[in-house]
Design a protein around this ligand. Structure first.
Ligand SMILES: *Cc1c(COP(=O)(O)O)cnc(C)c1O
Length: 566
């Protein structure tokens, strides 16, 4: 049984997230949101900020992706065994779902940072003998099932998780909702701190909303409407029952639907978006709320390839803790050392592509990388808007391309895009070597962001809240080429840290393909092939100007000083 004594002697911040990328072997994450949650915990461990994370065990994972010869994605369950990684919690709690009592147990995973810091992680699990067959499956499939399944998961996460922390004896100073999935936790706190009926004067609410707001902070993660969970009150009544009266719920979460984002906004004193641009967009989406900006960052140690770690360790000791030190990389590290480290990382990528896909890439060839969730607004096909033009560019200056990414099993447009990419791959194969690495995960991500020569991002503005893979590239001296959205609005210094596609002062996305081709043809390819020291200067710019700032140590320090201590 878990020994949590080591974690309950001091007050902690409860960090709730539907997904957390704890390590590559535990498939408890789907993409950027989970990786960010993992990096948040890794930085909290390094900086000794006392957190306790709560998530679902997701014992069937998200899914494992395979791709057939036609480019069609197939999904397999990605089961993992929590008992190999975590120990059973010494408590179980109950929540009510569809009028049944559902028992929630779980596991304690101890995240160990590379600087010896630790953070406790509670993995909630309903797969208990006491539960009905269906209820045992609630915590299995990350983002699986239908709406009702999602609501049940969110009841377990928000309500079950809050009860579990109390049952385990945690002392909590703040509750941080990482995205709206966990917002029911604020309702649980409303109920916990409600005034007893005899103290409530007629016409007043029993709920102490101000007290709950003091305890809660909320990070919103997407301007994409479908990314905000909304449940019909019919469904809510059926699944959640009379947990809280409808008029209070409608007042806090919206008259039409239970909108999880609305609920979190109304019950959190501190609210933030994940980049400056995203906070602006969120303020227009949710007028009347004060939305701060804490720009995302990535965890330095986790997202730096070995060759660059060695380099930084030797020249800039302490860089993992204080990534600001990377500002000095320009003068402390020679061009030759940067190039050698990059070639080592590139060789690793080429080896992995060869092993996994059979495609032979070349060390001398300019390599474009693009990998992310395959979904329409990310426009993975933008680079392939004009295949003839791409070919003629590549005849002058050789190009090779590596792609990866999963589409949500129910996102048919996203799956279609993967097929389209495979069609392009065949059509271009006589001129442009290309590979699609299946089953994008943290390990593939590191190999990719460090091994390519430029990292591409082409979202439809203003849909990319932040994006983080370009920050990972920066730690490895890989420049970013991206539409000005998300973090890149802040990170882009044209020709110094990378390049912009199109300009910033409009949300006109129409000419992006033209701008992308122009930038490649006129600026990037000539620089790469004809001016090695100019190219290395941009690699260094990515390290000194981007990695030094867009890291999760800075991000965690800001959450600690602005969201957690107010
Ligand atoms: C970093 C990462 C993401 C997020 O990348 P974006 O640039 O935000 O799209 C998604 N999946 C994996 C496996 C990652 O490592």
């Amino acid at each position: 049984m878990a020994n949590i004594d080591a974690f309950i002697h001091e007050p902690r911040v409860a960090y709730f997230s539907m997904e957390i990328a704890l390590c590559n072997e535990m498939p408890t994450y789907a993409g950027g949101l989970g990786v960010l949650a993992g990096d948040t915990l890794r930085s909290a461990a390094d900086l000794e900020v006392p957190l306790v994370a709560v998530t679902l065990a997701s014992t069937s994972g998200y899914f494992r992706q395979t791709i057939d010869a036609k480019g069609r994605q197939a999904e397999q369950t990605d089961s993992w065994d929590p008992s190999k990684w975590a120990v059973p919690l010494g408590a179980i709690v109950a929540v009510t779902i569809e009028g049944r009592r559902v028992w929630v147990g779980g596991w304690l995973y101890v995240l160990k940072g590379h600087m010896n810091g630790t953070q406790p992680v509670v993995l909630l699990d309903t797969d208990l003998q006491q539960n009905d067959v269906d209820d045992r499956a609630i915590t299995r499939q990350l983002y699986g099932g239908d709406e009702a399944y999602r609501l049940k998961q969110e009841i377990v996460l928000g309500i079950g998780g809050t009860r579990m922390l109390q049952a385990l004896g945690f002392k909590l100073r703040q509750y941080h909702m990482n995205e709206g999935h966990s917002a029911l936790l604020a309702l649980e706190l409303l109920r916990r701190y409600a005034h007893p009926p005899e103290e409530v004067r007629p016409g007043e609410s029993a709920y102490d909303i101000l007290r709950v707001r003091e305890l809660c902070c909320f990070t919103t993660h997407t301007p994409v409407e479908a990314g905000h969970d909304k449940f019909s009150y019919d469904l809510v009544r059926r699944v959640l029952g009379d947990y809280i009266d409808l008029s209070t719920l409608q007042h806090l979460a919206g008259a039409e639907h239970l909108n999880m984002t609305r609920l979190a906004l109304n019950l959190s004193e501190y609210v933030n978006g994940v980049a400056r641009r995203h906070a602006e967009v969120s303020r227009t989406m949710f007028p009347g709320y004060r939305v701060h900006a804490v720009t995302n960052g990535v965890h330095p140690f986790t997202w730096t390839s070995e060759p660059f770690r060695r380099l930084y360790d030797a020249r800039l000791p302490g860089w993992c803790h204080e990534a600001e030190l990377l500002m000095r990389a320009a003068c402390c590290i020679t061009d030759e050392a940067i190039q050698a480290a990059h070639l080592e990382a590139k060789q690793r990528l080429i080896d992995e592509v060869k092993t996994r896909t059979g495609v032979a890439l070349s060390m001398d060839c300019f390599t474009i990388g693009f990998a992310r969730r395959m979904t329409a607004y990310k426009r993975p096909d933008l680079l392939f808007s004009d295949l003839q033009r791409l070919k003629s560019m590549a005849r002058r200056h050789p190009i090779q391309i590596v792609l990866a990414g999963k589409a949500h099993p129910q996102d048919s447009a996203g799956k279609q895009l993967i097929e389209v990419l495979h069609t392009h791959m065949r059509e271009l194969s006589d001129v442009i070597p290309m590979a699609f690495l299946p089953d994008y995960d943290m390990s593939t991500a590191l190999t990719l962001v460090s091994g390519v020569d430029v990292w591409l991002n082409t979202p439809l503005r203003p849909m990319e809240a932040s994006g983080t893979s370009g920050m990972k590239a920066a730690f490895n001296g890989v420049p970013h080429l991206s539409v000005l959205d998300g973090w890149w609005v802040e990170g882009c210094l044209e020709g110094i840290t990378g390049w912009a596609i199109g300009d910033d002062d409009s949300f006109a996305n129409g000419d992006d393909a033209e701008h992308l081709y122009q930038k490649l043809q006129e600026t990037i390819l000539p620089l790469f092939y004809q001016d090695q020291s100019g190219w290395t200067a941009v690699m260094k710019g990515a390290i000194t100007q981007c990695a030094s700032y867009f890291n999760s140590q800075r991000m965690m320090r800001r959450y600690a000083s602005e969201a957690y201590v107010r």
